[in-house]
Design a protein around this ligand. Structure first.
Ligand code: ATP
Ligand code: MG
Length: 412
């Protein structure tokens, strides 16, 4: 029985632990999966008995498989898996084969599954594990495993059983109406479905850290809106484009979002002209935070998000962070605060932002960089310096000159 659809079993990780809220989280998760799979023809997703199923016609449009290009079919299957894997809240994905819940049909399907594994990957050993969600099913799980194992041995003469280190661990999942045979559990990122945890205004630079911090908060279900600061013409148009490209990589996870683009140069010039040089960085950072907070309030965000990381640079010492924090009332999320740089870089690689982040373009923070930035700023001194500036007006003007860019998910 050749199957004309790919079937993917999608497991919700933490979502399943949410007690009373469980149906809500599952619905949100299904919505996200549906949304991300819209770009594929002939794909549908639905919920059934606590799992999410995705079905995809092997050849969209229902044309015969005989004439189909196997490479194209494989690419389509992999693209669908990749897309599901990007949905926050997905714990794992298993490409599966479906059959009737009878020992006979399960056995036949298991043989078909293993035949493919032998052909494609030269598999030699296997082991069957079984579970039954349907407790009325007449055969108990260990017996299902034994009997299906025997059926596979009979159907695939080249295979041997290896219970300790098999090439294929074949899972048999007996459910009420249908049963499923699968091997891999491809891990997802886990987390919670987008839209289940408020909205954050993320401060997005072109660096390595802020795309990762944005991704981490989105992974906890937070919707994203962004602000980016530049110092045009000291920072180039190309640097700005790089940030938009980086943002669109992040959007492949968190969906399309708005990015407020603000020219910080007039503020930087005022600071450089009127305040002590070693305070430049911290003063600029406090302005960034206040502008971000204004934008956050105006756009329904609950918190700010930055890529700051304790001790990484002069502006991220404990003292500097305290002074930065004192500029705003809104909670500031710093999901990278305790991570080591190498771990942040690894995560950036994993989510696919690293290569773009290391492209060498200037950032507004590097314009007017003081020779000896103060690493232990004192709030009273900083407030004295700010008293020399018309902060409110500067912030108003900066916001008045904003441009809003719609960031769409990057398409590969
Ligand atoms: P990143 O790699 O995210 O740029 P960083 O290690 O370079 O971080 P800083 O330049 O001190 O550190 O910036 C700390 C945080 O401030 C960033 O993670 C980001 O959230 C925010 N930030 C810095 N520059 C900008 C910018 N030009 N626009 C928006 N936010 C910025
Ligand atoms: Mg930076």
């Amino acid at each position: 029985m050749a199957q004309d659809e790919y079937i993917f079993i999608v497991r919700c990780g933490e979502v399943a632990l949410k007690g009373m809220n469980k149906p809500y989280f599952e619905r949100m998760l299904l919505e996200r999966i549906k949304k991300l799979l819209k770009k594929f023809d002939g794909v549908r997703a639905y919920r059934h008995e606590g799992l999410i199923y995705v079905r995809a016609e092997k050849v969209p449009g229902g044309e015969g498989q005989a004439s189909a290009d196997p490479a194209a079919m494989k690419a389509r299957k992999e693209a669908i898996i990749r897309e599901i894997g990007k949905v926050f809240g997905v714990a794992s994905i298993s490409p599966a084969m479906e059959c009737e819940s009878t020992m006979e049909d399960i056995g036949r399907t298991a043989v078909e599954y293993m035949m493919e594994a032998i052909e494609e990957r030269g598999v030699k050993t296997f082991k069957v594990e079984a579970k039954r969600a349907d407790k009325n099913f007449p055969v108990k799980s260990p017996d299902i495993a034994r009997q299906i194992g025997a059926a596979v041995l009979k159907g695939c003469k080249v295979l041997r059983v290896d219970v300790h280190d098999p090439d294929v661990r074949l899972f048999v999942d007996v459910r009420h109406d249908k049963s499923y045979v699968y091997q891999d559990k491809i891990p997802g990122f886990g987390g919670l479905p987008l839209g289940t945890n408020g909205k954050g205004m993320t401060l997005l630079s072109g660096g390595i850290d802020s795309p990762v911090s944005t991704w981490m908060m989105a992974k906890r279900g937070m919707l994203i809106e962004a602000v980016h600061f530049h110092s045009y013409p000291y920072t180039s148009q190309r640097a700005r484009e790089k940030v938009e490209e980086l943002a669109s990589l992040v959007a492949t996870y968190c969906g399309r979002f708005r990015m407020h683009v603000i020219n910080l140069l007039p503020i930087q010039e005022q600071i450089v002209t009127n305040c002590p040089e070693e305070e430049t960085t911290i003063l600029v950072r406090r302005f960034m935070m206040r502008i971000a907070e204004e934008l956050a309030k105006a756009n329904g965000c609950n918190m700010l998000i930055t890529g700051e990381n304790l001790g990484q640079v002069a502006s991220q010492t404990a003292e500097a962070l305290v002074v930065t924090d004192a500029s705003v009332q809104m909670p500031v999320m710093r999901p990278l605060i305790g991570m080591d740089k190498v771990d942040i870089m690894d995560l950036a690689q994993e989510i696919g932002t690293y290569e773009k982040s290391i492209e060498p373009y200037e950032d507004c923070c590097t314009v007017f960089l003081p020779k000896h930035p103060s690493t232990k700023p004192r709030l009273e001194r900083i407030l004295e310096s700010e008293a020399k500036l018309d902060c409110e007006q500067l912030i108003k003007d900066a916001i008045a000159s904003e441009e809003i860019v719609n960031i769409l998910p990057h398409r590969d």
